[in-house]
Ligand binder design. Sequence first.
Ligand code: HGY
Ligand code: MN
Ligand code: MN
Length: 422
Amino acid sequence: MSEMEAAGSRKAASPGEGIVARIDELGNISEAPGQLTRYFLSKEHRAAAECILGWMREAGMRARLDAIGNVCGRYEGDRPGLPCLMLGSHYDTVRNAGKWDGPLGIITAIACVAELNRRNQRLPFAIEVIAFADEEGVRFASTLLGSRAVAGTFDESVLNSRDRDGISMRDALAEFGLDPDHIGAAARARRELLAYVELHIEQGPVLEAEQLPVGVVTAISGATRLAVTLAGMAGHAGTVPMALRRDALAGAAECISAVEQFCHTDTGLVGTVGVIEATPGATNVIPGRAFFTIDMRAASDAHRRKAVAEMVRRIEALARRRKLALQVDVTHENRSVQCAPWLKRQVAEAIAAEGFRAFELPSGAGHDGMAMVDITDIAMLFVRCRGGISHHPDEHVDAADAAAGARVLLRLIENFKPRDVA
Ligand code: HGY
Ligand code: MN
Ligand code: MN
């Protein structure tokens, strides 16, 4: 599609390559040498925000940082002040991340606006592109901070949470140049938004198996995240007989196996222990305390809640048997969210108009739409992921698929009808 050739990057030969060039540029902004790690409110996170601000302005948008660090760009409609179709994704990453998870949705949306701006085309609604500051929730163990602030559901108590270095979110916001007492200013009114549509890498193998570059998302699976602490008794590794120990880490190991076994026997349920820490952490000291996280997901909320309750019961029994004190905190709980049928239809029509089969699939991964649904209807467009690999440096999207995603998104924008006229 020659019209979009200028959209991604001026230097690139095709829209797909333009998007890839920017993915690479953002992917190089990392706080860890040799890998991509960009946590909420780090120096590199700020540098990425500046980069996105520049791209938005270059694409003809007014752009600013909001009160939580979201990068917000606005392209007016055929008259100023109209409600907007909001597009976007997140610019924080997990540790040692892939470069497509989040940035693809931001960069593609900016490319679409750049194309409209190049043609001097205005629509009967505004377009806003938002780069959410925190979706992954890695630094402060609390997810969707950017989109929750926009949806007006930000929980102020998380401002006191601390990262691994003991820095509070409040202090990190101030260091970034934001006022932690004014997060409320990021909230948007329902009447300002017509819908939220997010383009995202699939992060799974389904589209590849279907030999399709894009797909329509039906729903986003809910998730529960738990923080588990076991406390026993630290002691000398040489003197305390095995039968007299209260080893917190050995207890945690048994819990982790229990999580894996339990999820194996329950189809449709997935469970992951992604973090474990033991203290005091010395070769010749029995661990007195162990901390680990559990992430559990299922397509249905009832299924997930029942499974989490059963898992907690099993951990409690295990801790009792080993005489370990137990604390379980729910750090994140998100219900599953349906994409709006009227929007899904428009995504499907845009896909079909580009000559692809409009294939529907659910999202097992979480997305900002889970928070945005509290103020507007949401939809998602997935782009094929090579090998289904994600949250891993090998995460990859072919340039041709990135271009197909951009064409579909542009068509969706151009043909978009708000709900009352859809
Ligand atoms: O964990 C998730 O599902 C998302 O990638 N944040
Ligand atoms: Mn992710
Ligand atoms: Mn993501």
